[in-house]
Design a protein around this ligand. Structure first.
Ligand SMILES: O=C(CO)[C@H](O)[C@H](O)COP(=O)(O)O
Length: 239
C-alpha cells in the first residue's frame, strides 16, 4: 500500500514536470525527444499544445520515443535534416547536487547523448526520487559493443564493484544502435567526468550514462510543486 502511494506520487510528479517542460516549448522549434516515462508525460502535454496550433518537429532518441510521438500527433523529422536542434527534453535516472546525471535506465543513452550534444538548450525533468547528493546508487549503464563484449565486461569489472550485462527474458538487451548494456555499480561517484573518460578509454565501450555538464535547465519538484532550476547554485535537495 505504502509502495503504491509512493509510485502514485512519483507518477504525479512526472506528470507535473512533463507538463511544465511542454510549456517551455516555442513554436517552430526543432526538439530532441528523450525516452522514458517522464518523457511520456511531456509528449502527452506537447501533443495537446500541438492540437491547439503549436508548430514543432521532433527528433526521436529511440523507438519508444518514436512511438510516443506517433501516439501524440507530434510531427517527427530526420536528425540529419535538422542538424542543430533548438531544444532537447529528456528525463534522468539520477541528478546530483552539482547537476551531473546518470541516464540510460531505458537503454537509450547513446542516442540521447548524441541528440543532447546537438541541442542549443537542454531541459531535463526529474521527479524528487531522482535527486541525490552524489551519483552512484543507480547502477551506471554503459553501452558496449557486442563484438568482444565478454572482454569489455572483464575490463569494466576491474573498475566497478559489480557489473552485469542487462538482460530481458534471459537474453541480453540490444539497444536501438545494436549494442549491449552493462549495468555497473561503482558506489558513490566522486568524479563523474573522470570516471566517464576512464570508461571510454576501454576499447569496446561505446558510451556511458554519465551526463556531465549537460543540464541547462532542470525541472524538478520542491514542496510538491514543479520548479525550474538553471544552475547548481540554486539546488537544495529536500523540501
Ligand atoms: O535515460 C533514460 C532512458 O535511456 C530515461 O530518461 C531515464 O531512464 C528516466 O526514465 P523515467 O522517466 O522512466 O524515470
Amino acid at each position: 500500500m505504502k509502495k503504491k502511494r509512493a509510485n502514485d506520487q512519483q507518477e504525479a510528479e512526472k506528470a507535473l514536470v512533463g507538463a511544465m517542460a511542454a510549456e517551455m516549448v516555442e513554436t517552430d522549434m526543432a526538439i530532441g525527444l528523450g525516452t522514458g516515462s517522464t518523457v511520456r508525460h511531456f509528449a502527452q502535454a506537447l501533443g495537446q499544445r500541438i492540437r491547439m496550433g503549436l508548430r514543432v518537429r521532433v527528433i526521436c532518441t529511440s523507438r519508444q520515443s518514436e512511438m510516443l510521438a506517433k501516439q501524440n500527433d507530434i510531427p517527427t523529422t530526420d536528425f540529419d535534416r535538422a542538424r542543430s536542434l533548438d531544444l532537447c527534453v529528456d528525463g534522468a535516472d539520477e541528478v546530483s547536487l552539482n547537476f551531473d546525471m546518470i541516464k540510460g535506465g531505458g537503454g537509450a543513452l547513446l542516442y540521447e547523448k548524441i541528440v543532447a550534444a546537438a541541442s542549443n538548450r537542454r531541459i531535463y525533468m526529474a521527479d524528487a526520487t531522482k535527486l541525490v547528493g552524489k551519483l552512484g546508487e543507480f547502477p551506471l549503464p554503459v553501452e558496449i559493443c557486442r563484438f568482444g563484449h565478454q572482454n569489455v565486461l572483464s575490463h569494466l569489472a576491474k573498475l566497478a564493484q559489480q557489473c552485469a550485462l542487462r538482460q530481458r527474458d534471459g537474453d541480453p538487451v540490444i539497444t536501438d544502435a545494436g549494442n549491449y548494456i552493462a549495468d555497473c555499480q561503482f558506489g558513490e561517484i566522486d568524479r563523474p567526468a573522470e570516471l566517464h573518460r576512464q570508461l571510454c578509454d576501454i576499447p569496446g565501450v561505446v558510451e556511458t550514462g554519465l551526463f556531465c555538464g549537460m543540464i541547462d535547465t532542470l525541472i524538478t519538484i520542491r514542496n510538491g510543486k514543479p520548479v525550474v532550476l538553471t544552475s547548481p547554485g540554486e539546488v537544495f535537495w529536500g523540501s
